[in-house]
Design a protein around this ligand. Structure first.
Ligand code: 6CS
Ligand code: FE
Length: 296
């Protein structure tokens, strides 16, 4: 992969989907890119917790009134998506149920949400400066048949398939329905953000057309996953609608299928540092479409 400005081949410090054997590499990037001070938007405990664990759960971050507006918009979008063949609409792997809608930050109430000052303040503290939205999506996880998201590191995909150079991005998952232990909440492996699991297998052409429905490449091998879980365990932060889960781009996470009657609909906003803009995919393949990875 060459850097367009200097035509110098950028070194791939996180090689994945290249070798025939998996490997666990050390993280070579900071987690929190700012020094904490009394005026920081997080407490020292919260900032240290995020640095150590790779995630931070803030219960009741947004008000019920705000959530009601977003939940109404989510339901309108769900209705429209049922009969839409827009490329932003992703359906469940075994049915036509809507699984996700991408690029929701482009307009309307979710564009406002992505710029919410109290959220952006925390994100800029953690990433050490200005950011932009690399990707956004609503994962509906409907009751009865919302399917799982197998274990993965988002950064492994964004590095290999979108050309994201370093680990200087994070996701904010905003619960728009109550997240319980039984309706497929996000599970994270605390501390796993400090290890990069180099995966095996060659990225298939147009991989996103299947990976967003059921990801099979760029997922950790059982031994690597077992090692990470043995070291850090599994946390399942749950809480009422309006709670947010901030998680580092490289933390190992996943979620189970939802066979309960209650939907687990969350909005995901992915913030990337403006100093970490994506370039040529390290897979050597063509870039993914703009509704999955912002390039302008
Ligand atoms: O490929 C991606 O960018 C998406 N895949 C997963 C499973 N999580 C991150 C992101 O939504
Ligand atoms: Fe993910």
């Amino acid at each position: 992969m060459s850097n367009p400005q200097t035509n110098v081949r950028e070194i791939d410090v996180y090689p994945s989907r290249i070798h025939s054997e998996p490997a666990i590499l050390e993280r070579q990037d900071p987690v929190v890119y700012s020094e904490w001070t009394e005026s920081s938007p997080l407490s020292k405990e919260q900032s240290d917790f995020y640095d150590k664990n790779g995630y931070l759960f803030l219960e009741g971050f947004f008000s019920e009134a705000e959530v009601n507006v977003w939940r109404q918009e989510l339901r309108n979008m769900w209705e429209q998506a049922r009969t839409s063949n827009a490329e932003e609409v992703i359906r469940e792997p075994d049915s036509q149920e809507v699984r996700s809608i991408f690029a929701v930050h482009r307009e309307g109430v979710f564009a406002e949400l992505a710029k919410h000052p109290s959220l952006v303040g925390i994100v800029q503290y953690l990433l050490g400066g200005d950011t932009y939205i690399h990707q956004s999506r609503i994962n509906f996880k409907p009751g009865f048949n919302g399917k799982e998201f197998y274990w993965h590191s988002d950064f492994e995909t964004w590095h290999v398939e979108d050309g994201m150079p370093r680990m200087r991005a994070l996701s904010c998952s905003i619960a728009l329905e109550d997240n319980y232990s039984f309706n497929g909440p996000l599970m994270v492996v605390p501390g796993s953000h400090r290890k990069f699991v180099s995966c095996v297998g060659q990225t298939p052409k147009d991989h996103y057309k299947s990976s967003l429905r059921r990801q099979e490449y760029g997922v950790p091998d059982p031994d690597s996953l077992t090692a990470l879980v043995r070291e850090g365990g599994i946390d399942t932060p749950t809480g009422k609608a309006g709670s947010i889960l901030l998680f580092d781009c490289n933390i190992m996470h996943g979620s189970n299928s939802n066979i309960s009657p209650m939907p687990r609909s969350n909005v995901f906003l992915v913030y990337n540092s403006v100093d970490n803009r994506i370039g040529e995919p390290f897979s050597g393949q063509k870039p993914r479409p703009a509704h999955i990875a912002t390039r302008e």
